[in-house]
Design a protein around this ligand. Structure first.
Ligand code: SF4
Length: 131
């Protein structure tokens, strides 16, 4: 008696949409094709037509998918509610977070702005600091 194998889909569709953009995992800015499935990032590949990387994608670029899909991804501002170092936080709204930050910084701005120093890395933080 012949043994029947269940039919396997050996080449499932990776995505239902591909968006072309630029990798921001480091300063090289390689071109990437981001495969979306059901509105979520499903797979990232290098863009062969991009002059910087010509289709090559490094491991860090591939890991960019976790910036979107990681369970630990921050989705809202967190406010510490326990003692420092206790790891106790609660989610707050952006309006609350901005009010808190403005409450800390406004008196400094009025009295001694030279006491404020601000340091950023070279990547995503530039969206806060560039003109
Ligand atoms: S693919 Fe790698 S080298 Fe290219 S921008 Fe992303 S992290 Fe940098």
């Amino acid at each position: 008696m012949a043994h029947r194998q269940p039919e396997l889909d050996l080449s499932p569709e990776v995505s239902d949409e591909v968006r072309q953009t630029t990798c921001y995992m480091c300063a090289c800015r390689c071109g990437i094709n981001v495969h979306m499935k059901g509105g979520r990032v499903a797979y990232i590949e290098g863009n062969r037509d991009h002059p910087v990387n010509r289709g090559v994608l490094c491991a860090k670029g591939s890991a960019g998918i976790m910036q979107h899909n990681a369970p630990a991804r921050l989705r809202a501002p967190l406010k510490r509610v326990g003692p420092r170092g206790s790891g106790q936080f609660e989610e707050i709204t952006w309006d609350e977070a901005l009010d808190i930050a403005a409450g800390w910084l406004a008196p400094l701005r009025k009295t001694a702005p030279e006491k404020l120093a601000f340091f950023t890395g070279r990547d995503q933080s530039q969206s806060f600091t560039s003109h």
